[in-house]
Design a protein around this ligand. Sequence first.
Ligand SMILES: Nc1ncnc2c1ncn2[C@@H]1O[C@H](COP(=O)(O)OP(=O)(O)O)[C@@H](O)[C@H]1O
Ligand SMILES: N[C@@H](CCOP(=O)(O)O)C(=O)O
Length: 324
Amino acid sequence: METTQPTATGLELVAAGQQLTVRVPGTSANLGPGYDSLGLALSIYDTLTVETLTTGELEFELSGEGADTLPRDASHLVVRAINTALERLGFRHNGLKITADNVNPHGRGLGSSASAVVAAVTVANAMVPESAQRDREWILQLTSEMEGHPDNVAPAIFGGLALSWQDSEQYSSTRAEVAPSVIPIVAVPDYELSTETARGLLPASIGHHAAAMNSGRAALLIHALTTEPRFLLPGTEDYLHQSYRAEAMRPSADLIGALRSAGHAAVVSGAGPTVLALANGVQEAEEVSALIASFTAGNTPDVSWRVMTLAVDVEGARVELHRR
Ligand SMILES: Nc1ncnc2c1ncn2[C@@H]1O[C@H](COP(=O)(O)OP(=O)(O)O)[C@@H](O)[C@H]1O
Ligand SMILES: N[C@@H](CCOP(=O)(O)O)C(=O)O
């Protein structure tokens, strides 16, 4: 336990004795050509419960992913995000108990940090009196600022397929409905790659030809995901980021190459190194899983993979319990 001292000047104290639980989906961003703009909410959930205390202390009960490595003090991402959100709302707390059960693997390209800040800001917003609470657009704005890009936080907040964009410092997002036959399959390797490192591998600019090619594929991808999934393979071709990052995730890049050569729409999930395949129907999903198993057994013997057939989450972040 450590004593916390959030900035006190002019801030109101939130009511003590509150307990709030939020369940937040993991997300896969980019989906190939949708760099920093497209993201899909996935049926893999972290659960965060926050209790407001009167002791001025921070208490932690962490289980699952990161339980052994995450800090148990004010530097914990969830505490930092709660403090920032409360301050923006004009409030502060006098101690918190954080209980987190994390399922989403960290540093793998499934938006774990985005899910953590969305959960934290959603909880902070629910902690203040109703008259001071803000809407989900405000949560989108603040969490996009924290992450530096909106493509993971938007689907984590709203669920489904999020199409996000930025005007100067203003972030916006809208949602599209994914065709019911589309099945996401993820292959999560045992090695990590931080988003910050992966972003550092990208060039400062790209040529007009690549930009034009990417625009066409991004437009096609929306149509493929929502209306005609038979176009998923060409729709997931990317010209902006994957090739620059491939050397930092060679086993994942090789698996993507094998899946695409066999006709399956496979991409780097977020900044990697998880591989996301988008199958059109159950039969293709089974073929994808079988190909992942045989390819990884024969070609990436030093890497162990966790393969999950998931669903598209359509709810987004949900406050499940709200007691005062
Ligand atoms: N639930 C969480 N609670 C606290 N910190 C988290 C949580 N999830 C992620 N993080 C932090 O974010 C880092 C991973 O972020 P990042 O490199 O962006 O990868 P990812 O693709 O998983 O979002 C973790 O190493 C950890 O420091
Ligand atoms: N558009 C971002 C997405 C990062 O996603 P993450 O799940 O790896 O955090 C990027 O490609 O850098």
